[in-house]
Every structure is written in C-alpha cells, then in structure tokens.
Design a protein around this ligand. Structure first.
Ligand SMILES: [Mg+2]
Length: 319
C-alpha cells in the first residue's frame, strides 16, 4: 500500500463579487503519497462539495482506508505518475505540447475594459465566463463584449431552467458569431439540447456528469477534467467527432500542472480545443502560482522534476 500525508491549503479569491458567491477562500490539500518502493509523489485534492464531491476530510479518510472516490483515486494515480517522473529526474511536461488556454473571468471583470485589453494583449483569444440563472447578466455580457474580438464560452453549471433557455439564447443572439459554446446551460436533456442547438446554431458543451454524453456525437463538446477522469478511459469512451476541452479543477497550481500534463498526453492522440489550464488568475498570487509565469495563454511548466516545485514542497508542513 501507500502512506499519505496532507498539507491543507486555502486559496484566496481575488474578485469581490465571486468571493461573495463562492466564499472568500477555497480549501483543498496537497497530498504526499509514499509508495512501497521508497518513492513519493504529490497530488492536489480540491473537492467541490457544492458540485457533489465529499468534504476534504471525507475524501482523505476514504483514500486512507483504500476506498477512494473518483476524485481521490485520480489523486492517487497522478501521484504515482509524479513519483515515477521524480525517480527518473525528469519534468512531467518535458516533450509534451500543451494546448493554449482561455482566460476565466470572474465577477464583474467583463465590465473592466482595461483588463479585457490586457488579456487580449497577452495573447488570449478566448474568454470563459460563469453565469447563473439571471438573464439580465446575459444582456450585460452582450453590451460588454460585443466589440471585443474574443471567442466566448459561458458556463451555466445547469442553473438555467428549461423554460428560460430560449429567452437566454435570444438575448445572446448579438454575440452568436463569437460564442464558442454554452456549457451545461440547463440540466441535461438530450432531445431539448439538440433542438436548442439546431435552432440557435450555438453549440453546447457538457461538463457536469459528463459520462451521460460519452460516445454521443450530437453533444459536440466535452469538458474533460483530469482531476476526475482518466485520459485513457476518456479517449476510449468519447466519440471521435466530439471536441475536447481539458480544464483544471480550479484548485492548487500543482493541480494545474497535473491537468496540463494530462492535456499534453491526450494531445498525442487527438487534437484538443483551447483548454482551461490557467485558473490561478482567480486567486491571489502565492509562491506556487508565481512559478506559472506571466499572464499568457501558454502553459509554463514550473522547473523541477515531476510536477515541479521541488524546493517549495518539502518546506510545507505535512501531517
Ligand atoms: Mg463547468
């Protein structure tokens, strides 16, 4: 078996409005797994209880007792990968081509023209925006983004009800040409989604309970999260015509490196869409996120072996 030590961390959200929505901090833990051969590897564990994950303590407890959830099991799998790279003394991202990323806007950032200009000048061509059930917010987005060149992804986390979807699509009409996709606009209803896509000519992407759309080419885009899904299984289950967006789990920077690694590995088999791997801009900068480099859609691998951060990791408190 293996032994686990944990380093609980909290990430401080930068934006006031999103802080109010999602609390000020996001909690997770870095895990250090010690394997029987004497090697050790690290993983990020960043549960989202509001989206069905267990609490951090429960996730760790189940891992320790050998009954991990999908999230815990992936943490173990990826830590084993890290241990392998550290044993060999190589960086996990060496030789891999990682897709570029979108920029994730939070709160009222879409209203900040200066910020949008900075994002564009840094090379980003795609924005991802989280929306809720308020349709007025969509009018606001139209006003703010109509004259910007970005492609736009809007993630509703299934918060629209089926009855308001046509209205939402109508309001987004002026952005039609710019919209890359709408993610989980409503609770999944295959027939309803297909009809709405045909009528609006706007593609939908599936992220939550993604398995429901595996091998279904009528659902054109899948959002793959390496924190939860195994890349080999995913490649077997998806339809070759489905497009894939690999995103981080909005956790620790080490988790972003893990997601970037998986994206790089998948890209050896299939071309990937613009990804979502640069989520650290959501949070206040720390010693880890600093290593991910300046504002850019390109993923910068932190120096070191495995996931990197070789000098920072041993200095943390582990228990
Ligand atoms: Mg999503």
């Amino acid at each position: 078996m293996f032994k686990i030590l944990a380093h609980p961390y909290s990430l401080r959200l930068k934006n006031i409005r999103s802080s109010r929505l999602l609390n000020h901090k996001r909690e997770g833990a870095l895990l250090r797994f010690s394997f029987p051969d004497g090697s050790s590897g690290y993983s990020d564990l960043h549960p989202w209880e509001e989206f069905g994950d267990l609490s951090l303590d429960q996730e760790i407890e189940l891992l320790k007792s050998g009954r991990p959830t999908a999230l815990g099991f992936r943490a173990l799998q990826l830590a084993a990968k890290d241990a392998e790279f550290r044993r060999q003394g190589v960086n996990a991202l060496e030789g891999l081509t990682v897709p570029k990323s979108h920029f994730l806007l939070s709160g009222d950032e879409h209203k900040d023209h200066k910020l949008l200009e900075t994002i564009a000048n840094s090379g980003f061509d795609t924005l991802k925006i989280k929306a809720g059930s308020a349709l007025d917010f969509l009018d606001e987005l139209v006003g703010a983004l109509k004259h910007h060149p970005f492609k736009i992804r809007i993630d509703f986390n299934e918060r629209l009800d089926a009855g308001s979807l046509p209205d939402a699509l109508n309001r987004l009409k002026p952005l039609e040409e710019k919209i890359d996709f709408l993610e989980d606009p409503t609770r999944f209803d295959r027939e309803m989604w297909i009809k709405a896509m045909e009528r609006s000519r706007i593609p939908f992407a599936k992220d939550m309970r993604l398995e429901e759309a595996f091998s279904d080419k009528s659902i054109p885009i899948l959002v793959m999260k390496p924190a939860k899904q195994n890349e080999e299984m995913f490649l077997q289950e998806m339809h070759p015509e489905q497009k894939v967006v690999v995103t981080s789990y909005l956790g620790h920077p080490l988790g972003q490196v893990q997601a970037a690694y998986v994206a790089g590995v998948m890209q050896k088999s299939i071309p990937l869409e613009t990804a979502g791997l640069k989520s650290h801009h959501q949070y206040e900068t720390d010693a880890f996120s600093e290593r991910l480099g300046p504002l850019s859609p390109h993923f910068q691998a932190p120096a070191g072996t495995g996931w990197g951060f070789d000098d920072l990791l041993p200095k943390l408190s582990w228990s």
